[in-house]
Design a protein around this ligand. Structure first.
Ligand code: PAF
Length: 282
C-alpha cells in the first residue's frame, strides 16, 4: 500500500493513475478506523481499479474545541488495519497546509436547507467544515466514486448535494451502517466508552428498533414521547435529540404522509461521548 504524506506526491500519483485510465474509488476518513470503515473499502473494491482512503482530522468541522482535542488519533494502528484489509491501494495523510493553504477557515455553503436541520442546529458550522474538506479532497484525489457511511446520514445527503450543485461527475455511494453484535453503530468515538457505557449504549439501537415497530402504529408525537421516557430512565446518558424526518428533505415530521420515506434520527451523550445513529423506517 502506498502512503502519501504530501499533496505533491499524491497529485503525481493520481496523474499517473489517470493517464493509465484507472477508475478511482475514494473513502475519506478521520482515522481511528474500525469495521465500518473497512466496509466502505470493501464496497469500493467491487467497482473500482484503485481504492484510495484519506486520514485527516478536519479541524473546521468541530464546533467544540474539546471534541477536536479528544478525537481519537491512532495513525499507526490505522495504517496496519488498512494494510491488513487488503482493500486499499493508497492512503493520503495530508498536513493541515495541504488542505488549508490559506489558513484554517471553511467556505460557506448553501445545501438547499439540508444544512439547517438536525446536526446543523446542534453543531453550527459543522457542515461548512465537512463541505470544505470534502470538496478539497475530491479536487486532489479526483475519484470516480466516493463512499460514505449511512451512519452520518445527513452528511451523506449533504455530500450528494455538494456533488449535484457542482455538476460533479463523482458518484456518491452510501454504505449501510456497520453494527457491533449489541447493535451499537460502529464509530471512532466508541473507543472512548468504558465497558459499562458500551453495554448501556446498546439502548440507542434498541430504541430505533422500537421506533420502527411503532411506525404507522401510533402517532409521531406518541413515538417521540415514548423515546423520551426510555431515556429518562437511563443513568449516565442524555438524549440530545430524537426525531423522525422525511428522508429526502431531512425535515422533521409529526405526521406520516403516504408515499414518503421516513427515517428516525437519534443523538445521545453517553458520559461526554456524543453518539449518533439512525434507521430507515419501514
Ligand atoms: O465522516 C467523516 O469521517 C468526516 O466527516 C469526513 C467525511 C471524512 C470529512 O472530514
Amino acid at each position: 500500500m502506498e502512503i502519501f504524506k504530501t499533496k505533491k506526491t499524491l497529485l503525481d500519483y493520481i496523474e499517473r493513475q489517470k493517464e493509465m485510465g484507472k477508475k478511482i474509488g475514494f473513502a475519506p476518513t478521520m482515522g481511528a478506523l474500525h469495521q465500518g470503515h473497512l466496509s466502505l473499502y470493501a464496497e469500493a473494491r467491487k467497482e473500482n481499479d484503485l481504492v484510495i482512503s484519506s486520514i485527516f482530522v478536519n479541524p473546521t468541522q468541530f464546533n467544540n474545541a474539546a471534541d477536536l482535542e479528544k478525537y481519537p488519533r491512532t495513525i499507526e494502528n490505522d495504517i496496519k488495519a488498512l494494510e491488513q484489509s487488503g482493500f486499499v491501494d493508497a492512503v493520503y495523510i495530508p498536513e493541515v497546509n495541504d488542505i488549508y493553504p490559506d489558513g484554517l477557515k471553511s467556505k460557506s455553503y448553501d445545501f438547499d436547507g439540508l444544512e439547517n436541520e438536525m446536526e446543523g442546529k446542534f453543531r453550527p458550522g459543522h457542515f461548512d467544515g465537512v463541505g470544505t474538506v470534502v470538496e478539497e479532497l475530491f479536487q486532489q484525489v479526483k475519484p470516480d466514486n466516493a463512499y460514505f457511511g449511512d451512519k452520518d446520514y445527513q452528511q451523506l445527503a449533504i455530500i450528494k448535494k455538494l456533488a449535484e450543485k457542482h455538476n460533479s461527475s463523482i458518484k456518491i455511494h452510501g454504505v449501510p451502517i456497520y453494527r457491533e453484535s449489541s447493535g451499537l453503530a460502529m464509530s471512532s468515538r466508541n473507543q472512548r466508552l468504558d465497558s459499562t457505557q458500551r453495554e448501556a449504549a446498546k439502548v440507542i439501537y434498541e430504541t430505533l428498533v422500537k421506533a420502527n415497530e411503532w411506525f404507522r402504529v401510533i402517532t409521531v408525537p406518541e413515538i417521540n414521547q415514548r423515546v423520551k421516557d426510555i431515556f429518562e430512565n437511563q443513568r449516565g446518558m442524555t438524549l440530545e435529540y430524537f426525531l423522525i424526518a422525511d428522508e429526502a428533505t431531512l425535515k422533521e415530521t409529526d405526521f406520516f404522509y403516504k408515499d414518503r420515506n421516513y427515517r428516525a434520527f437519534i443523538v445521545v451523550n453517553v458520559g461526554d461521548v456524543r453518539l449518533i445513529d439512525n434507521m430507515h423506517l419501514d
